[in-house]
Design a binder for this molecule. Structure first.
Ligand code: FNR
Length: 191
């Protein structure tokens, strides 16, 4: 069975993007989608990197990405762009540059997002495209999930209240999982 890693771009306990990842989890067989956040990652500072190396929270997240067959990024939208917290996390994860191919290279990636505005992260999802291209990921573009007015979108059960939206999420995940299965590296014969 494939392993997906979901990263929420919000640190907020009540985050709608984390909620969206949980709703995604509920649509998948058990243990296919593991969730991670960016808690513990400091602001990128080249002096920290030069003097103390890569922070432990970054090292741990890099390992989780390497171990996953596919990456599901749940992005908020701030001022029509990528929130600094999320971009900062990805910037740390891209250090040192020599590691980029094994962390992100050809990694199947899908983007989803939830925002309280009317357009549901359409601009931040667009802003991610050059970043994902720079990291040489393999972006899946077979579907779009942009949850608008997210503050009213989730029910007590954690699922999307709108049944059509929850079904759209299920369909999205089905498509992405099939794509990841096609791209998953066969287990190495030489451990
Ligand atoms: C926002 N929000 C927002 N929403 C949106 O649809 N478009 C936008 O450009 C912005 N800009 C923005 C800037 C800043 C600084 C903040 C703090 C918020 C609202 C945003 O969608 C809302 O806070 C979400 O709840 C954030 O996602 P999480 O934390 O719930 O995952």
């Amino acid at each position: 069975m494939i392993k997906l890693l979901g990263i929420s771009g919000s640190l907020r306990q009540g985050s709608f993007n984390t909620a969206l990842l949980r709703a995604a989890q509920a649509s998948l067989p058990d243990s296919v989608l593991e969730l991670k956040t960016l808690h513990g990652i400091p602001l990128y500072d080249g002096d920290i990197e030069a003097n103390a190396g890569i922070p432990p929270a970054v090292v741990a997240l890099k390992s989780a990405i390497i171990a996953a067959d596919g990456l599901l990024l749940a992005t908020p939208e701030y001022n029509a762009g990528i929130p600094g917290v999320f971009k900062n996390g990805i910037d740390w994860l891209s250090r040192p540059p020599a590691d980029v191919p094994r962390v992100f290279g050809a990694k199947p990636v899908a983007l989803i997002g939830a925002s309280q505005g009317a357009y549901g992260t359409i601009l931040s999802q667009a802003a991610w495209l050059p970043v994902l291209k720079a990291l040489r990921t393999t972006l899946w573009t077979g579907g779009r999930i942009m949850i608008a007015k997210a503050n009213t979108a989730f029910g007590e059960d954690g699922l999307l209240k709108d049944k059509a939206a929850q079904e759209q999420l299920r369909e999205f995940l089905r498509g992405f999982a099939a794509f990841v299965t096609q791209h998953a590296k066969p287990p190495s014969l030489h451990p």
